[in-house]
Write a protein that binds this ligand. Structure first.
Ligand code: 5GP
Length: 175
């Protein structure tokens, strides 16, 4: 078994406070209108579960799964659909919920794809943002924490499908 080095970067209480704050801002921005949350599996599942409980509006949840080819710790930029939405996007306020934006390639691909389905509005929300890693010019509408170029796990984020259950966001270094 590989040696692990996990250090807490963002403790659970800071995450909870931030998620509540984001929910309040989103509630204010949508002003009680229905919003379709497009949750990007699997990483954003835990964030979305907490966030949606702070949104005061009609919330509809749907899930999408994409995979970017590459190693476990770096994006290749090539994205493929593993699961599409069940809901129709046309004429609805759509908010994409991501765990982390790194190169920005996944979110750019999703935005282009969902835009072609004619939503009434289309915005993006991410818990974590690593702007120093961008390969495309994209800025999410709602950002929880901006972090340095570190590989993080926990609170939904994995390393080879592990550590998603950790309550804190931790820095993962291969030992
Ligand atoms: P992007 O297309 O923006 O480069 O990558 C987005 C996806 O890469 C995220 O949804 C996530 O699955 C993965 N990713 C990027 N950075 C990290 C990280 O620090 N930790 C983990 N666990 N996944 C990451």
């Amino acid at each position: 078994m590989q040696q692990l080095d996990l250090r807490v970067l963002i403790p659970r209480q800071d995450i909870a406070d931030k998620v509540q704050e984001m929910g309040e801002i989103i509630s204010r921005d949508y002003g009680g209108q229905e919003v379709l949350l497009v949750v990007v599996l699997r990483g954003a599942a835990l964030f979305a579960a907490d966030l949606c409980r702070h949104i005061r509006a009609d919330v509809v949840l749907d899930f999408i799964a994409v995979s970017s080819y590459g190693s476990s710790t770096s994006s290749s930029g090539v994205v493929r659909f593993l699961k599409d939405l069940d809901e129709s996007v046309e004429g609805r306020h759509v908010l994409i919920i991501e765990d982390i934006v790194d190169t920005g390639l996944t979110l750019t691909y999703l935005l282009e794809n969902l835009k072609s389905r004619h939503p009434l509005s289309l915005r993006t929300c991410t818990l974590l943002d690593k702007p120093s890693c961008r390969r495309v010019n994209i800025r999410p509408d709602y950002v929880g924490f901006t972090i340095d170029d570190l590989f993080v796990v926990g609170y939904g984020l994995d390393w080879d499908q592990r550590y998603r259950h950790l309550p804190d966001i931790c820095i993962h270094q291969e030992g």
